[in-house]
Design a protein around this ligand. Structure first.
Ligand code: SF4
Length: 345
């Protein structure tokens, strides 16, 4: 949330801070000092940057703000998952989901206010698009939850399509993974996309993070019936592109596959899935579908999930069934609504 016209220092990368320093004629080392204060020492005000001269701090305050925002509410699931609600402007809210799991602590973050991709199974998609998040608003989710310092993994799988907001997303990854920033390993960050092809290309060139593609169906017409983005970016084209990259190293490619009863869970679909992913080093995450109001799709039982997993495994495709977390607080995949509730803090 930024009600002022002054630019926010939080969310700027090293180059932007160098530009600030140059513009105001500050000593060149000031950029390094500022970046340290912002992302390593995690200061909350410009006044806290005590190794900057008083004059520099005063000039910074005249021209910039340092704004970060704590979540306004949180809900905790019986399984320990926590959903945080952030207010990003006068009328819009976004959600982030903290998922503790043995030695891992993952934060699922949002990249947009709402989403324009229109996936038929998704609550966020049904709300429509309200705008992009800035880099500051994306990184703010990581910095401002109480568990921030314990995080081991970050997934861009919350509200929005990350590659529809590519510049802000790549910049946020830069802040999270650079030595001058949070210095998190890019192997601990996964970005999920419906398959925006130019976005995949840019992401592959400009970051080293893992990629997850929402596939959800092996046939074009079935995929089209639940994901309108199949039209501009057919899954066959996405897979053709992905086959051009080298996945033999540590960088991981996964496909998300929500299993819907009677739509993509039959023998023929699963055989086709194996067929289209052949010769591509990847894994498949099977996801249970959680019904939501107004969605005429149904999930399958555990038995069928296990049968599909075992079939894929037997065909040499590494496959996991993603544990559903936070269902009771609407924090599971596809259920994020970014709605304010008065009674949930
Ligand atoms: Fe957007 Fe993701 Fe929902 Fe599709 S599943 S509508 S891309 S938020």
């Amino acid at each position: 949330m930024n009600n002022t016209i002054k630019p926010n220092l939080f969310g700027m990368d090293m180059q932007e801070l160098k530009d600030v320093v140059k513009q105001h004629g500050f000593p060149t080392f000031t950029a390094k000092q500022m970046v340290d204060w912002l992302y390593k020492k995690r200061c909350n005000t410009i006044d806290e940057m005590t190794n900057l001269s008083l004059k520099v701090r005063e000039q910074l305050k005249e021209n910039y703000v340092l704004e970060k925002h704590a979540p306004i509410t949180s809900q905790t699931s019986v399984d320990g998952t926590k959903k945080y609600l952030f207010q990003v402007d006068d009328t819009n809210y976004i959600e982030s989901v903290y998922i503790p799991d043995r030695d891992r602590a993952t934060l699922c973050i949002s990249s947009q206010k709402g989403c324009k991709m229109g996936c038929k199974f998704c609550v966020t998609g049904k709300q429509g698009f309200k705008g992009h998040l800035t880099t500051a608003e994306i990184v703010n989710q990581v910095f401002m939850i109480p568990e921030s310092l314990n995080l081991t993994n970050i997934v861009y799988m919350g509200m929005g399509e990350p590659f529809d907001n590519l510049e802000a997303v790549v910049k946020s990854i830069n802040i999270l993974t650079s030595e001058w920033g949070v210095a998190m390993s890019p192997r601990r960050i996964t970005v999920s996309t419906v398959g925006i092809i130019p976005g995949i290309r840019e992401f592959m060139e400009r970051t080293e993070c893992h990629l997850a593609v929402s596939l959800h169906a092996p046939y074009g017409d079935t995929r089209m019936s639940i994901m309108p983005m199949q039209k501009p970016y057919p899954h066959t084209e996405i897979i053709r592109l992905l086959k051009k990259y080298d996945w033999s190293g540590q960088r991981r490619l996964s496909f998300e596959y929500i299993v819907f009863k009677g739509l993509n869970d039959d023998e023929q679909s699963i055989r086709k899935l194996v067929d289209i992913l052949k010769h591509l080093r990847c894994r498949v995450n099977l996801i249970r579908f959680h019904s939501s109001e107004g969605v005429a799709l149904e999930g399958v039982d555990d038995k069928r999930m296990i049968e599909i997993r075992d079939y894929l495994d037997a065909e040499g495709i590494i496959c996991t069934i993603r544990a559903s977390r936070g269902i009771d607080i609407m924090a599971a995949c596809g259920l994020l609504a970014g709605k304010k509730k008065e009674d949930n803090c």
